[in-house]
Design a protein around this ligand. Structure first.
Ligand SMILES: CC(C)(COP(=O)(O)OP(=O)(O)OC[C@H]1O[C@@H](n2cnc3c(N)ncnc32)[C@H](O)[C@@H]1OP(=O)(O)O)[C@@H](O)C(=O)NCCC(=O)NCCS
Length: 147
């Protein structure tokens, strides 16, 4: 399967549609949030990663710079039928490479409780409790030094 995967920024209008739709489907729809709620004002000046199998976007993630040295990964989502097959790892590795290219020396993120184990495997450490999304999803601030 992995031979057919592309890991890159979305290109066509259809890829962008699927990119945001997957973000919404995995990260917002389960909590009753409307389509559109998955976007924010930083989408226009950030690095986007999509994993594409054939003509289907099966994984997404975004990297933003918070300062000259600090990058942040947000909006990680892998299609449910592709969990546990290395797709999330590919996205994080792609975004970390972008972070290095942009001059960052560390990457931070707010991990949902269910995803903390995933980021631990990828070398991130829990720094602190973070915020409570929708009043119920505890997040943890995690960090990885790039050098
Ligand atoms: C969290 C998520 C992005 C992980 O993506 P994925 O493609 O399923 O993960 P991968 O298959 O690339 O896993 C990479 C490694 O992390 C491990 N891992 C994955 N999820 C894990 C978890 N929840 N707990 C512990 N380890 C986990 C895998 O076993 C694998 O380890 P290995 O390389 O040693 O075999 C994905 O499950 C997802 O979209 N979840 C729902 C949305 C979400 O929670 N997003 C994150 C918001 S912060």
């Amino acid at each position: 399967m992995s031979d057919e995967l592309q890991v890159r920024c979305p290109g066509s209008d259809e890829e962008w549609r699927q990119y945001y739709h997957l973000r919404w489907t995995i990260l917002r729809a389960p909590w009753g949030e409307p389509e559109g709620s998955e976007r924010d004002e930083r989408d226009s000046d950030t690095e986007h990663c999509a994993v594409i199998a054939g003509d289907r976007v099966i994984g997404v993630g975004r990297l933003q710079m918070n300062s000259l040295a600090e990058a942040q990964i947000r909006y990680m989502a892998v299609a449910a039928d592709f969990h546990g097959r290395g797709i999330g790892r590919k996205i994080v590795e792609y975004l970390e490479e972008k972070a290095r290219e942009l001059g960052a020396d560390r990457v931070i993120l707010d991990a949902r409780q269910n995803a903390v184990g995933f980021y631990l495997v990828l070398g991130y450490n829990v720094i602190a409790d973070s915020y409570l999304l929708f009043g119920k999803i505890q997040h943890y601030l995690m960090q990885k030094d790039l050098y």
